[in-house]
Design a protein around this ligand. Structure first.
Ligand SMILES: Cc1ncc(COP(=O)(O)O)c(C=O)c1O
Length: 393
């Protein structure tokens, strides 16, 4: 059993065990001990079993096991959101004497905000690599205080594709771990651990869940390391995914392979349409031969690898807003990976808290529209974009 569609339906749960064809939802907060001694051992993390849902829950456990197997990792940990997964994974590598994070400058706006605004209040310094395609720029940012190397690939919103193997090799030459946020590709298109990454995180809110009904995140890595988070900072801070959201996410994951294949194939058609449109200055989509990492994307992911794309229209913010306000099928929303196609203007939404120079450095131009292609008919989406683009004066 290795195919991702089979794993998405079977890994981590045996439906013949009496629990039902679909995994049960366990909403209980506490799990009684069968003896005082076992309670002591479990609370020390020296015996397995569930004690309290902040630390572990039978429904979350199925999700964690399923995603660990799908990623080819040893263990998983479910968090309340993608940003909680970013935080807990980075935190686990921070030491008093090693408190710098070398991070791609091309990351989701609020991942960047967490690194540049939240972490410094805790004594941690981010070092952003604004040219993440250039390995020598990563090398230059690493120093003796570096605790971890962090990349997002493909990245939101400019869809940069990292050479995961080369970056993992570089991190390891410096005895550093590599964390990758693989939200946009999902394990359907990218298995970063097999390319040398040490930790994979996801915003499960996006493609994994797919139905826009549950926030969540997940961290996958080596068992001792993951259980170290669970029995340490996770236990003390409480960034746990609710069991209900884990259950909804399990429901979404059953179809992630089918949904991703459909959405990526439609995204390719939409990207090709946009690239040929006179009111579009440029399109960021790894499936297009003009994308700077097109060959890498094909080699690593076999295709564009995600259904997120961004494009820059004529007329800057005015042009972008005119397009967004004219859309009839595509919905304006700050989200991605949903079954419905959604679009947003990053410069005035997801990146609005960043100074203009920082946005520009991250490739977020004023005329950029980010579009997460969903499951609608490709012709309907293209017709909608066509009529909306015609409104640019
Ligand atoms: C690539 C990426 N990582 C992490 C996050 C944060 O996820 P969440 O909204 O679940 O906290 C997002 C949100 O858009 C994202 O796009």
């Amino acid at each position: 059993m290795t195919d991702i569609n089979t794993l998405a339906l079977h890994a981590g749960y045996d439906p013949t065990s009496g629990g039902g064809l679909f995994p049960p939802l366990h909403m209980a907060v506490a799990y009684p001990y069968d003896s005082a001694e076992r309670g002591r051992l479990m609370c020390l993390g020296e015996d397995s079993g569930f004690t309290y849902s902040r630390v572990g829950n039978p429904t979350n456990d199925i999700l964690e096991k399923r995603l660990a197997v799908m990623e080819g990792g040893e263990a998983g940990l479910a968090t309340a959101s993608g940003l909680a997964a970013v935080f807990m994974a980075v935190l686990q590598f921070i030491e008093k004497t090693k408190s710098e994070v070398v991070c791609s400058g091309r990351v989701y706006g609020n991942t960047k905000n967490q690194l540049r605004l939240t972490w410094p209040t805790l004594g941690v310094t981010p070092r952003f690599v604004d040219s993440p395609h250039d390995l020598s720029a990563w090398e230059a940012a690493i120093n003796e205080n570096t605790a971890v190397v962090y990349v997002e690939s493909p990245s939101n919103p400019d869809v940069f594709v990292a050479d995961v193997k080369a970056l993992a090799d570089l991190a390891h030459q410096h005895n550093l771990p590599l964390i990758i946020d693989s939200t946009l590709a999902t394990p359907v298109f990218l298995r970063p651990l097999s390319l040398g990454a040490d930790v994979v995180i996801h915003s499960a809110t996006k493609y994994l869940s797919g139905h826009s009904a549950a926030l969540g995140g997940v961290i996958v890595g080596q068992r001792d390391w993951v259980e170290g988070i669970r029995n340490g900072h996770y236990h003390f801070v409480g960034p746990t995914m609710s069991a209900f959201n884990a259950w909804l996410t399990l429901m979404g994951i059953e179809t992630v392979g089918l949904r991703m294949a459909r959405a990526v194939s439609t995204a390719q058609k939409v990207a090709e349409f946009l690239a040929a449109h006179p009111n579009v200055q440029s399109v960021n989509y790894p499936g297009l031969p003009t994308h700077p990492q097109h060959s890498l994307a094909i080699a690593q992911m076999g295709c564009g690898g995600t259904s997120l794309l961004s494009f820059v229209v004529e007329g800057g913010t005015k042009g972008a807003w005119a397009v967004l306000e004219s859309l009839k099928v595509i919905i304006q929303a700050t989200h991605l990976g949903s079954n419905q196609t959604v679009a947003v203007h990053p410069a005035t939404t997801t990146h609005v808290r960043q100074p203009p120079e920082m946005r520009q450095a991250a490739g977020v131009l004023d005329g950029m529209i980010r579009c997460s292609v969903g499951l609608e008919d490709p012709g309907d989406l293209i017709a909608d974009l066509d009529q909306a683009l015609a409104t640019i004066e």
